[in-house]
Design a protein around this ligand. Structure first.
Ligand code: MN
Ligand code: MN
Length: 488
């Protein structure tokens, strides 16, 4: 027989709030779905290791599912109706797409936004030089990295270059089975006495992150810089490019490893670029849930549902500036396009109404509690791997400066939707007060009048070459974003 609970125990049950591991509360038959979803994600991010590649992967599936280019619809003056599916591909680097809902755009739209750029090592504009018998690529890192983490690991070369004829060449070396990889060297411990005394941010300096491109000289007595010449020759044979073409190229070095299960129980995924492609992927999959099964179907949403939008932006890791970043007009213009093609006698006021009545989840990764570095976290408000979608009411640094703060009313509404669908959520404050902080794309949409809540998947070793997330958080985010798109 069960022991009688004391009054204190009963009170504690009703009044206090405890967040359990999602693994403890899932239905047994969900396990297969969680693991299947993780496998699909792993394959997807192995293909989409840069913003361009991730964009292209999404786009090909959207087209398969019957999404049409909004710019074509606009130019042809095609009207849009409930159930129509549209996208705007912004320069191959950011992407916004939507399923038109059953109610007017004037009621606002539901959005999940994430970013698809990740920290990495970019080539400089005139990168190739020779030293010590090596041809070397000079680089400039992208985003907030700990420099030393990017040395002595296999790197792959991704990006685009234009050749002499102005033809775009796609570069992807280091991902195939037999491909060579690239590497940034580090000093041997035997000669590192001085280096070891340095602070971590000077340990390996930004200018020292150069990548070995090759080592075999071109066989010619009279030629100069023969190793460099041999590498230029190989690139010319493969892509038709010359040294001059580096000036316009966009080449990124990213970790060459694939996404892998982590831990004996396979509960975690280690990979490059979880920030923020785990949120981008779950947001993308959530939009697909809003599509009907066949072309021409209305969305599988309760009557009265709003238009569901997914925004995938570039340049978040360097401040979201520029025409592919979240500070651009991409999102605002897209909403204007949708309004103009769905509302009779469209005026600018319709757009203003739509923006001000819209609701958004800004989906970005959160710093998961790390037992190795427990002292920078406030355990009460930190997010944990395996405990679900992390909600960050506010972001910002030292007194919330520069952050985005969700209104209580909106947070309550979002929580209620998640609770209704049994989507487990947890807190997501970034570290102890004054230990640091951060922010993401939320404020840029919020500045347009949109209600925005930061929320996402907890990640270990953020911005490192091998970030780690929990499979169950990935799945929970997908279910949470889907519920929000359908019901906010
Ligand atoms: Mn991020
Ligand atoms: Mn980041």
């Amino acid at each position: 027989m069960e022991e009688q609970k004391t009054e204190g125990q009963r009170l504690a049950e009703t009044l206090t709030f405890e967040i359990k591991s999602c693994w403890e509360t899932i239905e047994e038959n969900d396990r297969e779905a969680i693991s299947e979803f993780a496998e699909q994600y792993k394959k997807f991010i192995d293909k989409g290791k840069t913003e361009r590649e991730f964009n292209a992967e999404c786009l090909s599936i959207l087209k398969e599912k019957g999404f049409i280019d909004i710019e074509t619809a606009l130019l042809e003056g095609r009207r849009l109706k409930a159930g129509d599916k549209v996208y705007q591909n912004n320069r191959g680097k950011s992407l916004v797409f939507a399923v038109i809902g059953n109610v007017s755009m004037k009621e606002g739209v539901n959005i999940v936004g994430a970013h698809i750029d990740s920290p990495r090592i970019d080539l400089k504009t005139n990168p190739l030089y020779e030293d010590g018998g090596f041809a070397i690529f000079d680089t400039h890192y992208y985003g907030g990295i700990k420099h030393y983490q990017w040395t002595t690991i296999p790197l792959a070369m991704h990006g685009v270059m234009f050749n002499k004829n102005g033809e775009k060449q796609t570069v992807r070396i280091g991902e195939g089975e037999g491909d060579p990889v690239f590497v940034i060297t580090d000093l041997l411990p035997h000669l590192a006495q001085d280096q070891m005394q340095k602070k971590a941010n000077e340990f390996v300096r930004g200018e020292e992150l150069d990548v070995i491109a090759g080592s075999e000289p071109f066989k010619d007595e009279k030629a100069q810089e023969k190793v460099k010449l041999a590498i230029l020759n190989l690139l010319n044979q493969k892509y038709g490019v010359t040294e001059e073409n580096f000036a316009s190229a966009e080449i990124e070095f990213v970790p060459a490893h694939k996404a892998r299960d982590v831990g004996l129980d396979r509960g975690l995924i280690g990979a490059y670029g979880h920030d923020d492609r785990c949120c981008a992927y779950t947001a993308f999959r959530a939009i697909l849930e809003c599509c009907g099964k066949n072309e021409g179907d209305t969305p599988e949403k309760p009557a009265g549902a709003k238009t569901a939008v997914c925004l995938l932006t570039d340049k978040e890791e360097i401040g979201s500036m520029g025409n592919t970043g979240a500070q651009s007009r991409l999102f605002e213009n897209f909403i204007a396009y949708l309004c103009s093609q769905t509302i009779e006698n469209y005026s600018d006021i319709d757009l203003r109404l739509a923006l001000n009545r819209s609701a958004m989840l800004s989906a970005d990764v959160n710093a998961a509690y790390d037992p190795n570095f427990g002292d920078v976290f406030d355990k009460k408000t930190a997010s944990y791997c395996g405990k679900g979608l992390a909600l960050s009411k506010y972001t910002g640094v030292r007194g919330k400066v520069g952050g985005s703060d969700a209104n209580a009313e909106f947070l309550q509404k979002a929580q209620a939707i998640l609770d209704k669908h049994d989507v487990r959520w947890q807190f997501g404050d970034l570290g102890k007060v004054d230990k640091g902080g951060g922010g993401t794309i939320a404020q840029h949409a919020a500045n347009l009048g949109v209600d925005v809540l930061d929320c996402g998947i907890p990640v270990l070793s953020m911005h490192s070459p091998f970030e780690v997330i929990s499979k169950i958080d990935l799945w929970t985010a997908y279910r949470g974003y889907t519920a929000f798109l359908k019901e906010a």
